[in-house]
Design a protein around this ligand. Structure first.
Ligand code: NAD
Length: 331
């Protein structure tokens, strides 16, 4: 029997994984314990008696956490997400195996990025609230046509490409920057500086690494078009939030659609409505009429949840059944 400890479990995770445990032949020897707390050094001891832990974007597998897991005899950290910036993968090397779900539905994230852009640009978040109060006025709701505008995409991997083709469907010109570019029909690959200066809408789809941390900062924002809209559905740390707030307050940027936030751990995915949120930056960002924040939900479609659960179960079964580390993360 392979015992897995799931951390940061939410009802929708549990539903998708329980469906896989019941139906996927690869899951026949797998037994899961579903824990609500996030994994970190203080909760890692909950993994006692388990062979693997399954974690998500805001669990923390730093050195101390890895030491506790290794001491408990846990052999595998199975990330049920694509990004792994929350894991000290260099330290894990040789101590504990790591696997992830590199792709589950690029469309889920790309479609959410476009949903946020449309909502923000056409002020649907304001219109919805007004109409519920029978306020049928239009003042303040003016948007702009996407048709003929330039979408700038940073990171042309699976999600960036899906977003590019959605933008093309809207009649937008698409320019892109990627550190390792691979051509796509109708997309002009340029330097990062050129993309920043040409984009009416800039959408981030590259991973968070030491190189990309705060790639959107005071200096790079100053090279963007005045009034451009920023969309970040990738990782919060790509954007210097204080610089973003400053640029929105002065009107340097025209709006921001944020599905991720650099200090989201401990804030997102929880009901904070009865607490005094201590983070003044996110509180101020949320207060701006031209900012739309969602709680890292771009992945949240039925298809993505089912693919995440299926690949995670296959990764775990393969590692324990025949020692093959599928979708491994190298240290
Ligand atoms: P991917 O690996 O297919 O694509 C990433 C692209 O970024 C690659 O083309 C790579 O060459 C490029 N890249 C790497 N370093 C770069 C740099 N310094 N500058 C510019 N480009 C660089 O990944 P993906 O599946 O498209 O996912 C992209 C990101 O989206 C992930 O890293 C993850 O952080 C984020 N994501 C968010 C959610 C969500 O729910 N909000 C869900 C899934 C993924």
């Amino acid at each position: 029997m392979i015992r897995i400890a799931f951390f940061d479990t939410k009802p929708y995770d549990r539903q998708a994984f329980e469906a896989q445990l019941a139906e996927n032949p690869a899951a026949k020897d797998i037994k899961a314990s579903f824990f609500e707390p996030r994994l970190d050094r203080t909760t890692a001891s909950m993994a006692k008696g388990h062979d693997a832990v399954c974690i998500f974007v805001n669990d923390v597998a730093d050195k101390d956490t890895i030491d506790v897991l290794v001491a408990l005899g846990v052999k595998l950290i199975a990330l049920r997400c694509a990004g792994y910036n929350n894991v000290d993968f260099k330290y894990a090397h040789g101590r504990i195996a790591l696997c992830r779900v590199p792709a589950y539905s690029p469309y889920a994230v790309a479609e959410h990025a476009m949903a946020m852009l449309l909502c923000l640009n056409r002020n649907l978040h304001h219109a919805y609230v007004r109409v519920r109060e029978f306020n049928f006025t239009l003042t303040g709701l003016t948007g702009f046509d996407l048709h003929g505008k330039t979408a700038g995409i940073v990171g042309m991997g699976k999600i960036g490409r899906a977003f590019a083709s959605i933008c093309q469907g809207f009649g937008m010109d698409v320019v892109a920057y990627d550190a390792y570019p691979s051509p796509m029909d109708g997309v002009k690959f340029l330097s990062l500086g050129e993309v920043l200066s040409k984009a009416d809408v800039l959408s981030l789809h590259c991973p968070l690494t030491k190189d990309t941390h705060h790639m959107i900062n005071k200096k790079t924002i100053s090279s963007m078009k005045k009034g451009a809209v920023l969309i970040n559905t990738s990782r919060g740390g790509l954007v210097d939030s204080i610089a973003l707030l400053g640029a929105l307050k002065t009107g340097r940027l025209g709006g921001a659609a944020l599905d991720v936030y650099e200090e989201e751990t401990g804030l997102f995915y929880e009901d904070q409505s009865y607490r005094i949120v201590q983070d003044d930056i996110i509180a101020r960002l949320i207060s701006l009429p031209n900012v739309l924040v969602t709680s890292h939900q771009a992945f949240l479609t039925k298809e993505a949840l089912s693919n995440i659960a299926g690949t995670t179960i296959d990764n775990i079964a393969s590692y324990f059944d025949n020692g093959e580390l599928k979708n491994g993360v190298a240290g």
